[in-house]
Ligand binder design. Structure first.
Ligand code: 5GP
Ligand code: MN
Length: 335
């Protein structure tokens, strides 16, 4: 957490005359959107306005969140997003650790911006910013936003909007309160969010009971050919661009598919390879159990990163070659 000196400096920055912008990583997920909108609603409670800017569009199943429709998508609104970042006095960097993680468009804008930059994030190896609150042991940035509100001594401002957003971020990034870093503190905060109006049944069904027939068909396709290698320790799933097109793929449709690989008894790692819809590269999602570190593996071999048990990366070869190279690379690993 920020020290008391930083907290007072931050209090001086969070004033009406300062323009505040909140930015997330590329391909924003539930925690990115939840923490950003949660913070925005908190600032609103303090009488402050803030723009949430995301590099590219986010899944439909997050659009029910309060004021999700006001989020500025830089891909679609370059001028507005660019000017907001350029003119900002304060930029919150939420749920990512380095400017480049917000993509080729927004990343350089963040670097050039003259604003004071405040990072709140739980990914490994954060870059240096004016204020850094980084903790890789916390399962969700949304939980860290709650800790930030506590450190400001303003928990009494937490209303239903804030609570719904932060609950969604914690729920999605813990895989429904399942992953290892889910702690008693996580549950205590979740309880407070419920006391302040978060509605678990509504949030769960709005976020997760959102399958489309095309998504289920895609899932059936990849489950039908799931492959397990390295003595059953590594599961491989994959999807090609033509298949995505054939099934009318929409953003978010493949979210969570990689987890099915880990649900197989005995697997340590699941890897999901997907051709990008437009460009010639393969996007990879890694998940692992226990102490197997896919963050380091992805950094070493796939130009990626993330967390110990959930990381991503990319590879510039065909999907067939990518999977072949992956199989070779895992031979040298201990898992
Ligand atoms: P996902 O598999 O859900 O796309 O990503 C899992 C985790 O890895 C997320 O926390 C995400 O921020 C991180 N991640 C995904 N792709 C990349 C990447 O290309 N580079 C880095 N550094 N992190 C990534
Ligand atoms: Mn997160």
């Amino acid at each position: 957490m920020f020290d008391s000196f930083q907290i007072s400096a931050l209090k001086n920055l969070l004033v009406p005359q300062n323009k505040i912008v909140i930015i997330t990583h590329y391909n924003p997920d539930g925690d990115a959107i939840g923490s950003s909108l949660g913070l925005k609603h908190f600032l609103k409670q303090k009488g402050l306005e803030a723009d949430v800017i995301v590099p590219n569009d986010f899944p439909k199943f997050l659009k029910w969140m309060p004021e999700a429709k006001q989020v500025i998508i830089a891909d679609y609104k370059r001028k507005i997003a660019g000017e907001a970042i350029y003119n900002a006095d304060v930029i919150f960097i939420l749920d990512f650790n380095a400017s480049h993680r917000s993509g080729n468009l927004v990343g350089p804008w963040i670097e050039k911006a003259r604003a004071k930059k405040i990072l709140i994030d739980h990914h490994q190896q954060p870059d240096n910013f004016d204020f850094v609150y980084s903790d890789v042991t916390i399962p969700a940035t949304s939980q860290m936003v709650y800790h930030f509100i506590e450190a400001l001594g303003e928990e009494e401002l937490v209303n239903k909007e804030i609570a719904d957003c932060l609950y969604t971020g914690i729920m999605t990034d813990t895989g429904g309160f399942r992953f290892r870093s889910t702690s008693a503190t996580t549950h205590r905060i979740t309880a407070k969010l419920i006391e302040n109006g978060a509605d678990p049944a509504q949030i769960t069904s709005s976020t997760w009971d959102t399958n489309t027939v095309s998504r289920l068909h895609l899932l059936a396709l990849i489950l039908g050919r799931i492959e397990v290698v390295k003595d059953g320790k590594v599961a491989i799933l994959w999807l090609k661009r033509d298949e995505l097109k054939q099934y009318g793929f929409q953003k978010g449709d493949t979210e969570g598919f990689v987890n099915y690989g880990l649900s197989i008894m005995g697997t340590q790692v699941s890897a999901f390879f997907m051709e990008d819809l437009y460009e010639d590269f393969v996007k990879i999602s890694f998940r692992s159990k226990d102490y197997v570190d896919v963050n380091q593996f992805s950094r070493n071999h796939f130009d990626g990163g993330g967390h110990i048990n959930a990381a991503g990366g990319k590879y510039m070869k065909s999907i067939e070659e990518t999977i072949e190279d992956f199989k070779v690379k895992i031979e040298g690993e201990e898992f």
